[in-house]
Design a protein around this ligand. Structure first.
Ligand code: SAH
Ligand code: SF4
Ligand code: F3S
Length: 473
């Protein structure tokens, strides 16, 4: 269907929109007849910020259908889990929590349970839910968010179980309402999907091909967010560095950064995630030159060994990665660099693992997200021999964490006595506020709640490995 083709990627077919609006109206009426007052919804999100951003759209639709939000499933009429499939552990947690809903539902028969997101986009999972979790009412994948009102209508009017997990090409629905958590920190998706097929990773299978939003749509949303008080905007995509590849014209991620940087206002621009194979000097120059762009580069390396990088299908070498890091540091002396690393990829030897350790020591990351390899059904790596026992992988994992801990401790100690400009966020402790450095390290300091959402200067007085303490200047 041409309407869904890439050349009209950001076009919402009017029929889809009309059906949705009609279903929203009908669901509202049904819910009103059933509950009288506002029905209650509980939404829980697993996984990455891409999922958090999707949940904001899901909540936007639920709000239009008349729901109010509550903070636990016990007293909700509608419960939705937006799930993540990236590692087995993430999936186990979802199954555990869905199991925990069963006794709640037994007490409250007309509660609707919905599961969506990356995990549900996998056929074998949707099948498992269909067979073994009969009390789940609605299951939909990452391509079906905009049809939630139609699914709700089917479920409420005919009492049917609804499954909508087909993959679709191309379309980005720009007409969805967004219900944001209040606060000055916001998410702004600039692209969806991933074309990279790293051999271990499920994301390309559950999120489909890369598609970029148009610069106009991004800019309009950025302006709206800034006008609404946003002070910390994170641009989202699985690989923001390949932004624009499916769009006409000469736009790339560096131009998006410059475009948003040029908007008036006092705000910080962050982005994630960057893939090293598409990270260019041009992008690093743009980062260095744009005053509003946080001097933080999250550049996942995954491994420091060239054979493993090849097996992972990452399409860069250790040397190319280090070259980017050296260039970035030379342009931005205060740059914080963070990364993702997988330990125990199938067939990784101890000496190959040590190449990762030596790379970590050479880069001196601010922090690391370290994962033990998790086999994902349907990926290429799932077919590879994996002879190293889990115990050995855990040992290597702990070894790497200890190396990073030492580096992080050394780096934070150097921050004592320096002053950082940070956006104030709430803290659970009475009279205490939180801020984050551009490299995302938390700083705790005393101050009044009326500073929340404002930029303040904080002088660091004490440093632990993962947290800083300071005082307002
Ligand atoms: N698009 C991002 C990462 C998305 S997933 C990127 O390419 O950088 C976040 C991280 O999860 C990955 O960087 C990787 O380190 C980890 N990850 C993905 N699949 C994994 C798997 N099968 N086992 C263990 N870790 C995995
Ligand atoms: Fe997964 Fe690789 Fe795509 Fe990141 S770039 S989402 S690791 S396939
Ligand atoms: Fe998980 Fe899907 Fe994000 S698999 S990491 S929620 S894209």
């Amino acid at each position: 269907m041409d309407k869904y083709s890439l050349s009209t990627a950001n076009f919402t077919p009017p029929s889809v929109y009309a059906d949705r609006e009609k279903s929203i109206r009908l669901v509202r009426e049904l819910l009103y007849a059933k509950y009288g007052e506002s029905p209650k919804a509980f939404v829980h999100t697993y996984g990455c910020q891409g999922n958090v951003s999707d949940s904001e759209k899901i909540k936007g639709l639920l709000r239009e259908m008349g729901y109010e939000f509550v903070s636990s499933p016990e007293n909700a009429d509608f419960v939705l889990f937006n799930t993540c499939a990236v590692r087995e552990h993430a999936e186990d947690r979802v199954f555990g929590n869905v199991g925990a809903l069963k006794p709640i539902k037994e007490k409250r028969r007309d509660m609707i349970i919905a599961l969506c997101g990356c995990m549900m986009q996998q056929e074998h999972i949707a099948e498992k839910i269909k067979k073994s979790y009969p009390y789940v009412n609605i299951v939909f994948g990452t391509f079906a968010i905009s049809r939630l009102p139609q699914m709700m209508y089917k479920c409420l009017s005919a009492g049917k179980r609804v499954f909508d997990v087909k993959e679709e090409k191309g379309a980005i629905d720009e007409s969805l309402p967004v219900e944001r958590d209040r606060g000055a920190k916001v998410w702004l998706p600039i692209m969806y999907g991933c074309d990279n097929f790293c051999s271990y990773c499920i994301v390309p299978y559950v999120r489909g091909r890369e598609r970029s939003r148009t610069p106009e749509n991004i800019l309009n949303e950025a302006k709206e967010l800034i006008a609404g008080g946003a002070k910390d905007i994170t641009l989202l995509g699985q690989n923001v560095n390949s932004y624009g590849k499916n769009l006409d014209g000469n736009v790339n991620f560096a131009s998006v950064l410059r475009m948003i940087n040029a908007l008036p206002g006092d705000f910080l621009i962050r982005f994630m995630t960057s893939h090293p194979k598409d990270c260019t000097y041009e992008l690093l120059d743009a980062m260095a030159e744009c005053g509003k762009v946080a001097k933080h580069l999250h550049l996942p390396v995954q491994s420091g060994n060239n054979r493993i990088l090849g097996e992972m299908n990452r399409r860069y070498t250790r040397e190319q990665y280090l070259d980017l890091i050296h260039y970035a540091k030379s342009k931005m002396p205060d740059l914080s660099i963070t990364s993702d690393i997988i330990v125990g990829f199938p067939g990784e030897t101890y000496s190959e693992f040590l190449d990762t350790v030596s790379l970590v020591k050479e880069v001196e990351y601010t922090s690391l997200f370290t994962f033990i390899y998790s086999k994902r059904k349907g990926t290429k790596a799932a077919e590879m021999d994996d002879p190293v026992p889990y115990e050995e992988k855990s040992k290597r994992f702990r070894e790497l964490c200890a190396v990073q801990e030492e580096i992080a401790g050394r780096r934070t100690a150097l921050m004592v006595g320096k002053t950082y400009r940070v956006l104030t966020e709430p803290n659970e402790k009475e009279g205490i506020l939180t801020g984050r450095t551009q490299g995302n390290i938390s700083i705790e300091f005393s101050g009044d709640d009326n500073l929340i959402g404002k930029f303040v200067n904080v002088k660091i007085t004490k440093a632990l490995t993962w947290i800083l303490y300071g005082e307002l200047c």
